[in-house]
Design a protein around this ligand. Structure first.
Ligand code: SAM
Length: 285
C-alpha cells in the first residue's frame, strides 16, 4: 500500500481525532479502510467504477481501469467487502451514498439491503442530466442512480433542501408576501423558499469548459455533491469519499465547512485531488 507521508496538520484540524482528517491517501481503499477506527464518519459518498468494461480515459492520458471480465459477479464481489467496511466506519447518525448506474444498481441494492438492512434504505436518487447523443433504438439513457442508506434510519442526519418553484396556477401572495392557494378548507400556504427536493435531481453534466473541470475522467459536478453534503451532514461533520478521483466530494465538503478524508488507488487522482484541495485554501480541517 503506497501511503503519502503525513501532511502538516492545518491549524483548525482537531489534534485528537484518530481519523486522518484532511488527508488524501493513495491506496486500495479496502486495505486502507481496515486500518481506520469504526463509527466516526458522518457521511460517505462513493462514485466507484461503473462496470463500463472499458479503461475510462480523458484527454491528457489520465485513466482508471473499469474492466470486469467476470461481469457483475466480479464487480459485486469487489464492492461487497467495501460496503461492509463503510457500514462499520459510519457513525450512528451516518449516511452512505453509492453512485452507480441503472445497469448495476439493482444488484448493488440487494447487497446493500443485506449489509445495512432494508429498513435503512432511504432513497434511490435519480440524477438526470442532458448530455448530447440520443439513441433511436431506445429512450436515451440519461440518468445515474444514487442509493442512499442510513446507518440507523431515524437517527440519521437530514436537512430538507428547497429548490425550484411551485406551480404558479392559483398561487397568490398574502399581505406579508407569503405564497398560498385558496382551497375549500381555506388558505393552503406554501414554503417561501420553494418546494422540498424530491428524489429526482435535474443537474447538468459537467461541461467541457466548466471552471471546476480538472481533466480527470468521470469527474462529477460540484452541484451534485453540494446537495448530498448539505442534505446529509452539518458543518463540522466528517465526510469521506474512498473513491475520490479528482476530489470533488472533498472540495465541496471543505467549502461547506465539513471535515473530510479521501482515498483513491490512482496516483494521478490523488495528485489532482491534493492540488485541488490546496487551491481551495487549506489542507483539510
Ligand atoms: C468514477 S471515478 C471517481 C470520480 C470522482 N467522483 C470525481 O468527481 O472526480 C472512480 C475512482 O475510483 C478509483 N478506484 C478504483 N478502484 C479503487 C480502489 N480499489 N481503491 C481506491 N480507489 C479506487 C479510480 O482510481 C477512480 O479514480
Amino acid at each position: 500500500m503506497s501511503v503519502r507521508p503525513k501532511p502538516k496538520r492545518a491549524a483548525n484540524q482537531p489534534a485528537d481525532s484518530p481519523l486522518p482528517l484532511g488527508e488524501i491517501v493513495c491506496a486500495d481503499n479496502l486495505t486502507w479502510m481496515r486500518t481506520l477506527p469504526g463509527g466516526l464518519i458522518d457521511l460517505v459518498y462513493i462514485d466507484p467504477p461503473f462496470m463500463t468494461n472499458a479503461a475510462r480515459g480523458a484527454r491528457g492520458g489520465l485513466r482508471y481501469d473499469d474492466r470486469w471480465p467476470g461481469g457483475i459477479a466480479e464487480f459485486a464481489a469487489f464492492l461487497e467487502p467495501r460496503f461492509v467496511e463503510l457500514h462499520r466506519l459510519l457513525a450512528e447518525n451516518g449516511t452512505l451514498y453509492v453512485h452507480v448506474d441503472p445497469r448495476t444498481s439493482h444488484y448493488l441494492k440487494v447487497l446493500l439491503d443485506g449489509i445495512f438492512g432494508a429498513d435503512n434504505f432511504l432513497n434511490e436518487i435519480i440524477w438526470s442530466y442532458r448530455t448530447g447523443g440520443r439513441s433511436t433504438r431506445w429512450f436515451a439513457r440519461k440518468h445515474d442512480v444514487l442509493l442512499v442508506y442510513a446507518r440507523s434510519s431515524g437517527k440519521h442526519a437530514f436537512n430538507v433542501i428547497r429548490d425550484g418553484a411551485f406551480r404558479t396556477d392559483g398561487l397568490v401572495y398574502d399581505e406579508e408576501g407569503k405564497p398560498y392557494k385558496n382551497t375549500r378548507k381555506g388558505r393552503l400556504y406554501f414554503h417561501a423558499d420553494g418546494p422540498a427536493l424530491t428524489d429526482v435531481w435535474e443537474i447538468p453534466f459537467l461541461s467541457t469548459v466548466a471552471r471546476e473541470r480538472t481533466g480527470y475522467p468521470s469527474q462529477k459536478p460540484e452541484a451534485l455533491l453540494e446537495r448530498v453534503i448539505r442534505a446529509s451532514s452539518n458543518p463540522g461533520d466528517v465526510v469521506a469519499d474512498v473513491f475520490c478521483g479528482s476530489g470533488t466530494t472533498l472540495a465541496v465538503a471543505q467549502r461547506l465547512g465539513r471535515k473530510w478524508l479521501g482515498c483513491d488507488a490512482s496516483p494521478d487522482a490523488a495528485e489532482i485531488a491534493r492540488k485541488r484541495l490546496g487551491r481551495a485554501g487549506r489542507n483539510g480541517q
